[in-house]
Each structure stands twice: as structure tokens, then as C-alpha cells.
Design a protein around this ligand. Structure first.
Ligand code: PEP
Ligand code: MN
Length: 263
């Protein structure tokens, strides 16, 4: 069902005023974690000024250590809905289990399935039975075949509004948090009809190379980019190192606009 042989034309996903796939690029941004109303509103207002339509932010956080901040849960999603309604944005947030679906559906527009849950087949089946668009992340060590089959699980249940997002894979390289697999972009575009995005924050873990990586994936045919933005990254409760502040976000966004690759 995900294959180009099954459907040759690109899938375009409309979510309120946001369009993902097709001729225009989508830039999704927002903090790693929703931390407070103030924090999210500050970021969202800055993004809105740059014309962005989709706000990201985690409330259920899949942290490596159980001692790290686990997210605000439903309270975070309430903040997200409140902020998004106030300024008029579309929202995406991660859910980690089928049990979170009904709650999350009340607050957010797009369900994100995180890298760690790409192989959670019960979750894939469960979100496949919802009407929400799904942003599916590539697993930490997933092959492209496995990634496409994870998407297939969702479509197989009847939900064809799926977006694929490359977020870096595990390799021996230490210079970046993960290795951005640029070749994933043209391969996924060739083999599937689904929109293909790239999370430049999690794939590199480095804010100093976000712009060249974003340009590279747009040149390779990506339909969009995801980037983490926080009002005060050193104080962030998760992914403090890789999040850009608002000025850095504007510089990144301007760099993309000036590149001629982003439209
Ligand atoms: C995230 O986007 O917040 C996240 C946890 O990313 P990933 O699942 O790609 O690690
Ligand atoms: Mn993060």
C-alpha cells in the first residue's frame, strides 16, 4: 500500500491550514519537550512570525534513562492545544502506547510515532485505526525496508495519512548523535508515495550543521524538515545540546529561504 507501484502519485496530506507533501516544503519546529505554557507560547509565536504552520513538542517522552524528565503527559498536551488554538497552529506530539491514543486525540492534530516505537506493531495497528495523520520516525537501527513495512502496518489498518521522517541511524560515527542517512530520502521518494521529511536535530545532534544538512536533504528531494527550538536551550529539560534558540532558528530559517531550495 505504501509503494509507488500501488499508487503512483504523491500523497498530499492536508491538516487544517497545513499541507504536507506536493510542491511546497513543510518546516515543522518546536521544543523537544513541552515544559510550560510560557515556554511553548514563546516558541510558537516566534515560529508563527516566520510563517510556520506546524508546531512540535513532546509530552510523553521516551527518555533513555528513567531518571530523566519524562514529559508533562496530558498536562503538556493541554498546554499545546491551548497555545495552538490561541495562535492558530497545527500540532504534532509523540504517543508511546495505544492507551494514550484517546487522550492525545482530544488535544493534538498529528500523532508522532517515535524512533523507539517504530517496531511497536500494536501501536502501529492502533494508530492505523484512527483518523489522525501519523508522523512515523525511522527506528534507531531500522533498514529502509523495515521503515516502509512499519508504515505499511498503518496503511493496512485503513489510515493512509502517513508521513515518513528520517531522523538518523546508529553507526560507528561519534561526531554526530546519529548518522543522517541522506540516501534514505531519494530511496523513500522513489519507492513510496508518502511525504518524506528529515529531522535535522535528532539526526545530527549538532546545531552547527543544521543548515547544510537541511539544504542537502531538500536538494535530495525531501518534502520537509523538522527542527527543535527552545527559548533557552541550556536550561531545556531534554535535548539541551541540540536545540536552537529563537535567534538561531531565524538564522536557520533565513538560510533555508536564501538557499533557493526551500519553497
Ligand atoms: C522527538 O522527536 O522528540 C524524539 C524523541 O525523536 P526520536 O524518536 O527520533 O528519537
Ligand atoms: Mn528531542
Amino acid at each position: 500500500l505504501v509503494s509507488r507501484h500501488h499508487k503512483s502519485e504523491d500523497t498530499i496530506i492536508n491538516i487544517k491550514q497545513a499541507v504536507i507533501g506536493g510542491s511546497s516544503h513543510m518546516l515543522i519546529a518546536g521544543p523537544c519537550s513541552i515544559e510550560s505554557r510560557d515556554q511553548l507560547l514563546t516558541v510558537a509565536s516566534a515560529l508563527k512570525k516566520a510563517g510556520l504552520t506546524v508546531l512540535r513538542g513532546g509530552a510523553f517522552k521516551p527518555r533513555t534513562s528513567p531518571y530523566d524528565f519524562q514529559g508533562l503527559g496530558e498536562e503538556g498536551l493541554k498546554i499545546m492545544k491551548d497555545v495552538a488554538d490561541e495562535i492558530g497552529m497545527v500540532t504534532v506530539s509523540e504517543i508511546m502506547s495505544p492507551a494514550q491514543i484517546d487522550t492525545a486525540a482530544r488535544y493534538i492534530d498529528i500523532f508522532q510515532i517515535g524512533a523507539r516505537n517504530m517496531h511497536n506493531f500494536d501501536l502501529l495497528k492502533a494508530v492505523g485505526q484512527t483518523q489522525k495523520p501519523i508522523l512515523l520516525k525511522r527506528g534507531l537501527s531500522a533498514t529502509l525496508k523495515e521503515f516502509m513495512l512499519a508504515a505499511e502496518y498503518i496503511l493496512h489498518q485503513g489510515n493512509n495519512r502517513v508521513m515518513l521522517i528520517e531522523r538518523g541511524i546508529r553507526t560507528f560515527e561519534q561526531a554526530t548523535r546519529n548518522t543522517l542517512d541522506i540516501s534514505a530520502v531519494p530511496i523513500l521518494k522513489q519507492e513510496t508515495h508518502l511525504p518524506v521529511l528529515v529531522d535535522v536535530s535528532h539526526s545530527t545532534g549538532r546545531k552547527d550543521i543544521l543548515l547544510p544538512c537541511a539544504k542537502a536533504v531538500l536538494a535530495a528531494g525531501a518534502d520537509g524538515i523538522m527542527v527543535e527550538v527552545h527559548p533557552n536551550p541550556p536550561a531545556a529539560l531534554s535535548d539541551a545540546k541540540q536545540q536552537v534558540n529563537i535567534d538561531e532558528f531565524y538564522a536557520f530559517w533565513k538560510g533555508l529561504c536564501d538557499s533557493g531550495l526551500y519553497h
